[in-house]
Design a protein around this ligand. Sequence first.
Ligand SMILES: [Zn+2]
Length: 503
Amino acid sequence: MKLYEQYPVSLTNSLSGKKEKFETLAPGFVGMYVCGPTVYNYVHLGNARTFLSFDIISRYLRSLGYKVRYVRNITDVGHLESDADEGEDKIGKKARLEQLEPMEIVKRYTEDFHTVMRHFNILPPSIEPSATGHIVEQINITKKLIELGLAYEVNGSVYFDVKKYNQSNHYGILSGRNIEDLMESGRDLDSQDEKREKIDFALWKKASPQHIMQWPSPWGEGFPGWHIECTVMSTKYLGETFDIHGGGMDLKFPHHECEIAQATGANGKSPVRYWIHSNMLTVNGQKMSKSLGNSFLPSELFSGSHPLLTRGYSPMTVRFFMLQSHYSSTLDFSNEALNAAEKGFKKLNNALTLIKSLEHPRKTSTINSEFEKNLPGQIDKCFQNMSDDFNTAKTLAVLFEMASQINIWTSQKESLAQVNEETFENYKSTYISMMEEVLGLKEEANHNNDLLDGAVNVLIGLRKKARTDKNFALSDKIRDDLKGIGIQLKDGKDGEMSYEIEK
Ligand SMILES: [Zn+2]
């Protein structure tokens, strides 16, 4: 029996708003697409949470024995500043402002994105396609939609005809809207005269001569609309219908709604069986936003260099913090919550280190029937919680119970002999794999342990003394030698000195 049969997954499908039993199109195989970043800026923490949520989902499905093809794109063209097909291309604008080529912008921020993903131990997807690498496919589907009467060309731009589509389909099926309300509430914009209706959206946009990124097409020089890239890249690699499509809650409308319309219009079938949306991050109860000054870059969080932070936190502490809430709930960020998360992670991390070196004595004394009853139950609960809509919060609660048990075995070695060897081995491998493979909580060396603190403080004291004695050669040597082994001394206010482990 496969693990996915033993612990069948159920998940909340945004399409129905209900928790549904997860049934894959092909047995044992999962196709999953997640909208990736638009690479025109540094990744902020809210983005990281979205990608973490889907990292957990793909990790868990794999651990159950599914073969997962996970596609996450890079948007490197076509994402305009406004959802109403207005404004400049985000990447083109940044390139203009920084006097760089768009591909230089794309390269810089794609690298930053990958670095952040690595810090958080978010695994790379199976395929990471880019919009500019799929211009031909985007032109082809646009042609097809025109042939089917679902799109029309005006002055070198092509728009999707939402009203026409809605005659035989439901535009708004995902976000629970209806076309009449949408047509009512649409804003009047200057260039809307090009569109037949306000709610129509661009599949292809004519490029002005000064527009940096443009390609030849049957409608002249232009560039693709944002929504069409995801339709093309998801169906190309996963088929016309695939299992899971994910993204942040803010993408539900219009982006995902438009994806459904384009794919259903072109292929005559709904593209996605299960839609999953992750919720946002708030800071001290407020929405995280650049204009409020409360949006963090991950690097600021690790170093503690943001005014709202009292100190820095390790990537695994932050990862643990995010896993404490369900992906579909908002998560509030504060120094207090991070401090608590640090303690929590430390406990699980210590137990991870301990259990790795714990060995069963091979001989059993009297078997403790309580153990035989409770331990397999905890293993089951880990899987059951994860299979219940990927509930990381409840899974962590079980891991805390397991950590307490591991601590008991460590301090009272003889109690290990009261457990069946097989039960123990199962327990050990479940704890390790839940921590490392499923939740991706890497064992973190305890940088701030008392011994290291003590030793570095002795050296800091010697360095201070050297400076008072004007022995700058020695004080520099202490600083440089520590830096040589990855410990950086930092001069703080009031002549106080602290240290940081370089990552
Ligand atoms: Zn997308």
